[in-house]
Design a protein around this ligand. Structure first.
Ligand SMILES: C[S@@+](CC[C@H](N)C(=O)[O-])C[C@H]1O[C@@H](n2cnc3c(N)ncnc32)[C@H](O)[C@@H]1O
Length: 865
């Protein structure tokens, strides 16, 4: 279920290397994930160009990664992925039709029988055994470590380095680190340690000092007596202004260096740093030695309870009144996994963007981490660290320094389970099987770890104690789950020698577990900010979109039901789930978040369809059950009659709204919720009154008839005209994408906006989208006033469709503010205040962590006001 989906970003993730944590963190202990996302400057033009359709942007949500999501990231994985996907298709196609039919029509009670039948069939199928071998045989694995490949990449890195091509040197060293076995040696030194030192040198040349510092420290954890690594660390520290540490590093380097020329070089560096330290020691900030707890620690004072509901199974309620913006829940996942498209761009443990100094998995070439601490979260840390030689005969002071740099003081967590370890043998299956199937493997692995074993009477389907909706799944999906459950149990059994006997009972339990994951897992999302290209002093504007990076199961978080008009909002810091009330919620009232679709974003029909397809339930939320103004106008046509604000609906939308109207008429005596009252402003008030005053004259509510005055509109003729107008809008979009706006394209698009406004209801969402497109184009040609007008027009429509303090409005305001700031307008100030209020409603004290730009905007606001 749940929070997370939104717009999937395009794959061009640009990393902000070297800028993370500009505070001088001197002693390079691996801190809690380099989380604060650095925001890059963007011009107003770019803001609008890079984020075309805010109106369509859902605030978050979504879950359930489709099984087809099996694109593998590196070439080895790609080959494996394609090969085995083909085998999977083959497997499906050879299952006899009668067996397929009983599986497709099965209910939970039938699972022992259907799984037995399929297992019998597979047991006699050579293709199946071949496939399992392909997936589980380490000999055939393409994702393992490979010393030769590492040495080859290292040599290429050295070549690039000597030519001064540092970015490529960095790339090759990272590639080498990814495949280097942890115990491999080169020139009698640990290869991994050497690669960290080399990469540190490239990072230093590129001005990425913090990354250089971290890599040198990693080299020292492996080889504390490496003079080169201490020297590299000293250089990084000196560049960061951490002179005291640099001096200690150089003293150690000097102590360990054996060659005379080397000693001379170190001494000369030492003299320089000592000089530098005399000049700057008074002005430097005292370095912060502690791990940065960037997440803050907001107390949780709200007591929640899971209760049965009439139509949605269990649901969450509060035992007290909840003030708006209160943090109501915080939880780490039971199990989590990175999504395949993000494997190369985000940390596989904390899901933050990867820095330049990635840390690979110690046993295979798949996962990448942002720090050793995350690597330790992804697998058993002690398992790969092969430390070589500890320097002796050092002064107490220097010994302390060595200990501080090379000790790994990660907080231990008894509950902790090495997440990736059981998949980590270079074999194909974790790369090939879909993320949710691998996630199920992690859940089972954790369970076995906690229980000590797993037997035929195990309770795999009860591990999560969550609902599954197996009966409502599509026939195709039921078949896939059967196949994946058998394959997964084979993989777990073969690869990890888990005590997981392959049986139809276990297979049927895994089918239920996979269904539970589909219904209950959440997509972990990250904000993505558009670039800034202007000098920082002039403008710092940006816009946001959400990227789905991970998928996770939260035991308690899964108990929140869905509403298309949610009263709580879920978001993530690192891999921790936070849930916050976005409005006041009275004691005992249902706390519901959105699994994706929301009122204002899609019509009721589309929301229902989406939830059914993705999570196999028919939404019973208030937004779908009761008449709602946003649903009426969102895709409505305009009435022909002058000054009539009525809505004209096509047959699909009309059917849904009529059903709701029938229910609404029965409920007319019930007071409107505040959401509806909020919307009764301005001219939408007129729409509302006309609809509500019609009570039950149902015959008027036919497709093509105005819901207010009953006039008939020829929707077919309107649609033909609209299609022509849309062609010009598409042309403009293409022009914006190519960065060149021919005058004709802009003029034609402007005419099209006029035509669309003649046929669509004024609050049809398409108007917002098209106005936004036109605003982008005007920005590009430098006509900022026109851009501002069209951007405002877009916001005005969105304000009718959503609550005015909805996060979608906040995201749109960012663009508006960008243009206003570019024009030097004071009016930006009000919008900045409004934006800050919206963000704190959704993210509370975390607003500036999620959206670091807010701080800058607030400061700027203070300066100008
Ligand atoms: C993540 S679970 C929520 C907890 C669940 N109600 C339980 O009892 O475990 C999602 C499931 O709850 C039910 N559900 C959640 N929101 C609903 C809604 N708006 N309408 C109908 N059913 C809903 C559906 O069965 C859905 O598959």
């Amino acid at each position: 279920m749940g929070p997370g989906f939104g717009i999937v970003a395009n794959s061009t993730q640009q990393h902000q290397r070297g800028k993370i944590c500009s505070r001088a963190i001197v002693r390079c202990r691996e801190t809690v994930c380099p989380a604060p996302t650095v925001v890059r400057p963007t011009t107003a033009v770019q803001v609008l160009r890079q984020n075309p359709i805010p109106a369509a942007a859902p605030p978050s949500l979504g879950v359930g990664v489709p099984l087809s999501d099996c694109e593998c990231s590196n070439s080895g994985e790609n080959i494996a992925g394609k090969k085995n996907l083909m085998l999977m298709e083959k497997l499906k196609s050879v299952i006899p039709a009668p067996l397929k039919q009983i599986i497709s029509e099965s209910n939970p009670d039938d699972l022992p029988f259907t799984c037995t039948s399929l297992l019998d069939f597979f047991n006699h199928l050579p293709l199946f055994h071949q496939m399992v071998r392909d997936l589980t045989d380490p000999e055939m694995g393409l994702c393992g470590k490979n010393k030769e490949a590492a040495l080859e990449a290292k040599a290429k890195g050295n070549e690039c380095f000597s030519k001064g091509d540092y970015p490529n040197a960095l790339r090759f060293y990272s590639q080498a680190l990814r495949v280097a076995p942890t115990d491999a040696e080169d020139v009698e030194k640990n290869l991994v340690g050497m690669l960290y030192v080399n990469r540190a040198a490239a990072l230093h040349k590129m001005g990425l000092f913090l990354e250089c510092l971290r890599d040198s420290s990693r080299a020292l954890i492996i080889s504390p007596s490496s003079a080169k690594a201490w020297f590299r660390r000293a250089k990084a520290n000196a560049s960061l202004g951490n002179n005291e540490d640099a001096i200690q590093d150089l003293n150690l380097s000097l102590n360990m260096e054996t060659s005379l020329s080397g000693k001379r070089q170190i001494q000369s560096e030492l003299r320089m740093v000592l000089d530098q330290s005399k000049q700057t020691s008074d002005t430097l900030e005292k370095p912060n030695d502690d791990n940065l707890d960037i997440l803050g620690d907001e107390p949780l004072q709200i007591k929640l309870q899971s209760v049965p509901t009439p139509t949605k199974g269990r649901g969450m309620v509060s035992l007290t009144d909840i003030p708006r913006a209160s943090l109501i829940h915080k939880e780490d996942p039971y199990a989590a996994i990175i999504l395949k498209p993000c494997r190369e761009t985000h940390c596989h443990f904390c899901f933050n963007e990867l820095p330049a100094d990635t840390v690979p998995c110690a046993s295979c070439s798949i996962p990448l981490y942002c720090s050793l601490q995350c690597q330790a979260g992804g697998q058993d840390f002690g398992y790969h660290l092969k430390r070589c030689g500890f320097p002796e005969n050092l002064s107490d002071d220097l010994q302390d320094h060595v200990r501080r740099v090379t000790s790994l003081s990660f907080s231990s967590n008894n509950d902790y389970i090495a997440e990736h370890r059981h998949e980590c043998h270079g074999v194909h299956w974790p790369a090939v099987l879909p993320s949710d199937v691998v996630l199920a493997g992690r859940v089972i692995r954790k369970h076995i770890h906690q229980q000590g074993q797993c037997s035929a009477d195990s309770n795999i389907h009860g591990i999560l104690d969550l609902c599954h909706n197996y009966g409502q799944l599509s026939p195709e999906r039921k078949l896939e789950l059967h196949i994946y459950s058998i394959i997964l149990s084979c993989c777990l059994e073969h690869v990890c020698q888990l005590k997981l006997p392959m049986s139809s009972v276990i297979a049927s339990q895994i089918v239920i577990l996979l269904s539970q994951i589909r219904v209950n897992s959440m997509a972990i999302v990250r904000m993505k900010f558009s670039d800034l290209k202007e000098p920082l002093e002039q403008e710092r504007t940006c816009s946001v979109e959400q990227v789905r990076v991970g998928q996770a199961v939260y035991s308690v978080g899964s108990l929140f039901n869905h509403s298309c008009q949610p009263n709580v909002h879920a978001y993530f810091l690192s891999r921790t789930l936070y849930v916050r009330a976005t409005e006041f919620v009275a004691t005992g009232y249902q706390l519901e978040l959105s699994y994706g679709p929301q009122v204002g974003q899609f019509t009721c029909k589309d929301r229902q369809q989406l939830l059914e397809d993705r999570y196999s339930f028919i939404c019973q939320c208030s937004g779908c059950a009761h008449l709602n103004l946003s649903d009426l106008v969102l895709s409505a046509y305009r009435c022909n009659k002058p000054n009539c604000f009525g809505v004209v609906l096509d047959s699909c939308v009309c059917k849904y709204e009529k059903q709701k109207l029938n229910r609404y008429c029965c409920a007319l005596t019930i007071p409107r919720t505040h959401k509806q009252t909020d919307m009764l402003n301005d001219d939408i008030n007129k729409v509302a009154h006309r609809v509500f005053e019609q009570t039950c004259q149902n015959d008027q509510f036919e497709p093509g008839s105005c819901w207010s005055c009953g006039s008939y509109c020829d929707l077919q003729a309107s649609q033909e005209t609209i299609i022509k107008a849309e062609t010009c809008v598409s042309r403009l979009q293409e022009a914006v994408a190519s960065n060149e706006i021919p005058t004709n394209a802009l003029l034609d698009a402007l005419k099209s906006v006029g035509i669309l406004r003649m046929h669509f209801h004024s609050y049809n969402k398409r108007i917002a989208e098209v106005e936004d497109n036109v605003a982008q184009a005007f920005c590009l040609v430098g006509e900022l006033q026109a851009a501002l007008d069209h951007c405002q027009a877009s916001v005005e429509v969105l304000e009718k469709l959503y609550d005015p303090n909805h996060i979608v409005i906040g995201n749109e305001l960012i663009k508006l503010i960008s243009v206003q700031l570019s024009m030097g307008r004071d009016t930006a100030s009000d919008n900045i205040d409004r934006l800050a209020a919206i963000f704190s409603r959704y993210y509370g004290s975390h607003a500036e962590i999620i959206f670091p730009h807010l701080h800058y905007l607030k400061e700027r606001n203070l300066c100008t006001s």
